[in-house]
Design a binder for this molecule. Structure first.
Ligand SMILES: Cc1cc2nc3c(=O)[nH]c(=O)nc-3n(C[C@H](O)[C@H](O)[C@H](O)COP(=O)(O)OP(=O)(O)OC[C@H]3O[C@@H](n4cnc5c(N)ncnc54)[C@H](O)[C@@H]3O)c2cc1C
Length: 390
């Protein structure tokens, strides 16, 4: 069996790449996506919090999200199949970063970068916060920054499936199988081995295996500093109405946002309590002991909430800088990477899909220059630090 391009992983990133590769592709180019999970529920995408924000500290990350916002606003134009409208419940509910005194310099510095990238973000003092969000306790806050448009949340699984369906309509083949190894000749990948279907030869291979990216890299003798790290999302209900609630990030790192009539919340652990992990076991005490007290302090009405549900998912955590790794390996140049997105890969999928297709079809970036995310920086141990990591 032979195909031109293999994408390992049919999550939102692999499917976005497949969509863009097949959108304006030469007629004879064949693209095959290998996805082992027929439910699309186990990967990070379906387990994400669905957020999109422009409030980053790296200009490239801001531009990536700006493209995503534009893409989502016009999603039916891009991803409709046979004229059926596409709805991923994109809700521009805003992101609100809250800060205490010691966090104000970073907030202001980020605001400068964001303003220079034409992001519509407003700095708020505690009085502004009280007026805009009367349900919030601001006594321990020094300020906040609130995106005025283009930020919010969406149905992550829905976006994954919309990319997938459109890619299939454009001729991409999805193979339900597990990649278990790859074949190489000198410094080129020649194909992959599949658990059920045997060998599939290719001209280019793309690693979009999410939290399992390093496993795929290892098959070519490459160590990719991306590890699976477990994160929990808890949903809860609150009897008191909380009007006009954005995705709010407390100074402690605990975030919450509305989800229908309920809310979802979560928080990344400290580095010393964040082992590599691929299981789905849920730690309910993390909610009781760490998250709930923060919620109750920030929103007094959250004193009386009821936890409704919880799930676990995995970040593909870039140990170097929590940023994406994009593009070819410097020595195995037909082996491409789209990995390490940590907590912001959902919103990066549209721009990353376009960027990878440009790299593969044109040989270089045509729209956004994402070369600072290159694999070389991982080898040089030269982080592209993103301060606003959640
Ligand atoms: C709790 C949580 C909250 C998050 N919140 C946000 C958020 O608010 N905003 C945001 O932008 N991002 C968020 N993220 C991050 C985001 O979900 C991910 O960055 C994004 O979904 C990555 O997509 P992906 O396609 O790379 O990975 P995945 O969705 O994991 O897809 C990878 C796919 O590869 C398949 N695969 C792996 N190995 C093989 C193999 N050998 N053979 C065949 N198939 C294979 C897997 O089955 C999987 O389906 C969150 C993540 C988590 C866990």
């Amino acid at each position: 069996m032979k195909t031109d391009i293999i994408v390992i992983g049919g999550g939102v990133v692999g499917s976005a790449i497949a969509y863009f590769l097949s959108k304006d592709k030469p007629r004879d180019l064949s693209v095959t996506v290998i996805e082992k999970d027929p439910t699309y529920q186990i990967g990070s995408t379906a387990r994400s919090a669905g957020g999109i924000r422009q409030q980053f500290s790296t200009p490239e990350n801001i531009r990536i999200s700006q493209f995503a916002t534009d893409f989502l606003r016009n999603i039916s134009q891009h991803l409709s199949v046979d004229g059926d409208p596409v709805d991923v419940s994109f809700t521009e509910g805003g992101y609100l970063f809250l800060a205490q005194d010691h966090q104000i310099p970073v907030l202001y510095n980020n605001h400068q970068i964001q303003s220079s990238e034409s992001v519509n973000v407003q700095l708020l003092d505690p009085d502004d916060l009280s007026r805009a969000f009367p349900w919030m306790n601001v006594t321990d806050l020094a300020g906040g920054s609130m995106g005025q448009d283009g930020e919010g949340w969406l149905d992550a699984y829905g976006l994954n499936q919309a990319f997938r369906k459109k890619a299939i309509s454009q001729g991409v083949k999805y193979l339900s199988d597990e990649a278990v190894g790859l074949t190489k000749e000198k410094s080129r990948v020649t194909g992959i081995n599949l658990k059920a279907s045997g060998h599939l030869a290719c001209t280019s291979l793309i690693n979009a295996a999410g939290a399992r990216a390093n496993q795929v890299a290892n098959w070519a003798g490459i160590d990719l500093a991306v590890r699976p790290r477990k994160r929990f999302v808890y949903s809860f209900s609150c009897r008191t109405p909380i009007e006009n609630c954005p995705l709010t990030i407390d100074p402690s790192g605990v975030y919450f946002r509305p989800e229908g009539h309920q809310f979802i919340t979560g928080c990344s652990p400290t580095a010393d309590k964040d082992p590599d992990c691929l299981d789905f076991e849920i730690d309910y005490s993390w909610f009781e002991e760490h998250i709930w007290p923060v919620l109750a302090n920030r929103v007094p009405a959250f004193e009386a909430i009821k936890m409704e549900n919880a799930w676990a998912g995995h970040y593909a955590y870039n140990l170097l800088d929590q940023n994406a790794v994009l593009g070819p390996h410097p020595e195995i140049t037909n082996f491409f990477f789209a990995n390490g997105f940590s907590g912001h890969g959902l919103q990066q999928a549209p721009a990353v899909g376009r960027a990878l297709s440009e790299l593969i079809l044109e040989g270089n970036y045509q729209t956004l220059d994402l070369s600072r995310f290159s694999f070389e920086r991982m080898i040089r141990n030269s982080p592209l630090a993103e301060i606003n990591v959640v």
